[in-house]
Design a protein around this ligand. Structure first.
Ligand SMILES: [Mn+2]
Length: 320
């Protein structure tokens, strides 16, 4: 996308926002802190512009994350809205129970950093940044209200966590520039690091031990581990409590591909795929109806633990 095309998209979106009185903002299911950060950051900013804003995410937020994101502010039931915006979300299917309402609304916008156009929103803006929060930042920098500490902290949280603390290959000079802009607007970066990246419950720690115990290495460079319902029950954890674990597997020396399979429902595994350059796991996730980024993507696969592992391994071997 050229700078002129990008400017035009931003202008169109700002026009839509300016004309709207009531706005619904949505983040994706299997939430993460980039989805929530862009949801909260954008929504609080839009409220400063005098808009009536409702926030939605069809996911249960963990207790630890709820200390950072005030979940009492989330709405469950939809009302009438002039405009709907989905953030950090490739397609409306990722909105869970809000999918059809979004798809059927005449006035919709997508702000995202996942590759590909899906046309579920009337205006789609997806930029190749490390986080969706950066797309939101570039949008609100063009609007009249001041970016305050609260908004800046929420957006910083998305950059921090989607980059696993500025460690992953999607990080560029631009990522640090965006982060610095937010810090200059007062983002509480210590709070975000301590509460969202460093904090871990004992139960989550025990879950990571379980992941290590069940790790299998194939062909010398493929790391796959799985966590079943039984593993979650025995460690007193839930599938949404192992977000950062998938990033640990790909850090292992000599590993080029990793997958952490999490049994979210009986015999339905949510697979978090990671790769090192120059490999591509987005195409693997897409093959199973999921999506994401070249080096980090996700999909859901039905089957037993053994069958799903076999399918993933085969799909990885196909792209190697
Ligand atoms: Mn994201």
């Amino acid at each position: 996308m050229t700078q002129a095309q990008k400017n035009k998209k931003f202008e169109q979106i700002i026009e839509k926002i300016t004309a709207a009185k009531s706005i619904a903002v949505f983040a994706h299911v299997s939430y993460d802190a980039d989805g929530l950060g862009s949801l909260y950051g954008l929504s609080f900013y839009l409220k400063k512009l005098g808009k009536k804003v409702d926030m939605f995410v069809d996911s249960k937020i963990t207790k630890l994350d709820a200390r950072f994101f005030d979940i009492t502010l989330l709405k469950d039931d939809l009302a009438e809205y002039d405009l709907m915006i989905m953030v950090d979300t490739q397609n409306a299917g990722r909105l869970g129970k809000y999918c059809s309402a979004f798809k059927n609304h005449p006035n919709t916008v997508r702000l995202d950093h996942h590759i590909g156009t899906f046309n579920d929103a009337k205006i789609e803006l997806t930029l190749p940044y490390a986080s969706a929060c950066e797309v939101v930042l570039e949008l609100i920098e063009r609007m009249p209200a001041k970016i305050d500490k609260k908004v800046a902290t929420y957006l910083y949280a998305g950059i921090l966590t989607d980059t696993y603390g500025f460690l992953v290959d999607s990080v560029s000079e631009q990522t640090f520039k965006h982060a610095l802009t937010l810090i200059e607007h007062g983002a509480d970066f210590h709070k975000a690091s301590n509460m969202l990246l460093r904090a871990q419950t004992i139960e989550q720690f025990n879950l990571s031990k379980r992941m290590a115990e069940k790790l299998e290495i194939f062909d010398g460079d493929i790391a796959i581990s799985s966590l079943t319902k039984k593993d979650f029950k025995q460690t007193n954890t839930k599938p949404n409590e192992c977000m950062s674990l998938s990033n640990k597997l790909i850090c292992l020396d000599k590993i080029n591909f990793s997958c952490l399979m999490k049994e979210e429902q009986n015999n339905i595994f949510s697979c978090s795929l990671r790769a090192k350059k120059p490999y591509n796991v987005a195409q693997i996730a897409e093959k199973f109806g999921g999506g994401g980024h070249i080096l980090a993507s996700a999909c859901k696969i039905k089957g037993s633990e053994k069958d799903v592992k076999k399918k993933i391994l085969q799909a990885i071997r196909e792209v190697k």
